[in-house]
Write a new protein. Structure first.
Length: 255
């Protein structure tokens, strides 16, 4: 049998040298001509109705190009097809401290930050739910109204494999209990950032620090109402950054 060139061999990661030497290019490294800077205004309330959201002062601030709210992008989205209950920006109410309420695009980062302080939000505080156990028993306080699910159940999944009763009958020892896993998070070396370019031909290109470009591709289609064929989610490579036409409008958004 001839020796294989890949199977059974140690292969180096294709992007290891860029990360090792600091030359790897991330979304936050991308700079495009005439780039605008985006910042998000986040909720200060854990659970509240948005009674009033006035962006007029921010929009009139020198250097501010655009301000958008949940009313501009009310389309529901979500990673799983069965759980489409998120919006890009809060619509009508907020559900956690830090939920994005409005977005500002400005000529520079300082101006974008200044504009956030000029947005007036009037909240009507609602009773918060602070534990999963409480959420599963509260029919009177709904995090998502109109979900059709009991209490605050997000989704319910039942998995059964094999003959459980027969397995118990044949077991030498049976242990019954509750087990909780607090969860873990990976330590990504890339900061959360996105850079977008919308060309004159109606095509959108996005560079972002996402793990799943196809999920983002799908959600952008829904939220922006733009055909998927006109959306490109790309990696942070220099191949297109130097060839943008002067007419392009670009924006950088950091979270």
């Amino acid at each position: 049998m001839s020796e294989l060139s890949v199977v059974g061999k140690r292969s180096p990661k294709v992007n290891v040298w860029g990360h090792l030497t600091g030359t790897a290019r991330y979304a936050d490294d991308v700079v495009l001509p005439r780039m605008l800077y985006g910042r998000l205004l986040r909720s200060t309330q854990a659970h509240a109705r948005i009674r009033r959201l006035d962006v007029s002062r921010a929009l009139a601030h020198p250097g501010v190009v655009a301000v958008c709210t949940g009313a501009d992008m009310p389309e529901k989205m979500g990673i799983m097809p069965s759980t489409q209950d998120e919006t890009a920006l809060a619509v009508d109410k907020v559900r956690y401290v830090g939920e994005p309420v409005a977005a500002v695009a400005a000529a520079d980062e300082d101006t974008a930050y200044e504009a956030l302080s000029l947005i007036d939000v009037d909240y009507e505080p609602l009773e918060p739910i602070l534990t999963i156990e409480e959420a599963l028993t509260r029919e009177d306080v709904k995090i998502h109204e109109g979900s059709g699910r009991p209490a605050n159940v997000f989704k319910e999944v039942h998995l059964e494999f094999g003959d459980v009763e027969a397995g118990f009958a044949a077991a030498d020892h049976i242990e019954d209990g509750w087990y909780f896993f607090e969860g873990t998070n990976h330590a990504a070396i890339e900061t959360h950032a996105s850079v977008a370019s919308y060309d004159g031909d109606g095509k959108l290109t996005l560079w972002t620090s996402t793990q799943v470009p196809h999920y983002l591709h799908r959600e952008l289609e829904k939220v922006l109402g733009l055909a998927r064929s006109r959306i490109r989610v790309g990696r942070a490579t220099p191949s297109r950054t130097s060839s943008r036409r002067a007419s392009s409008r670009c924006a950088r958004c950091a979270r």
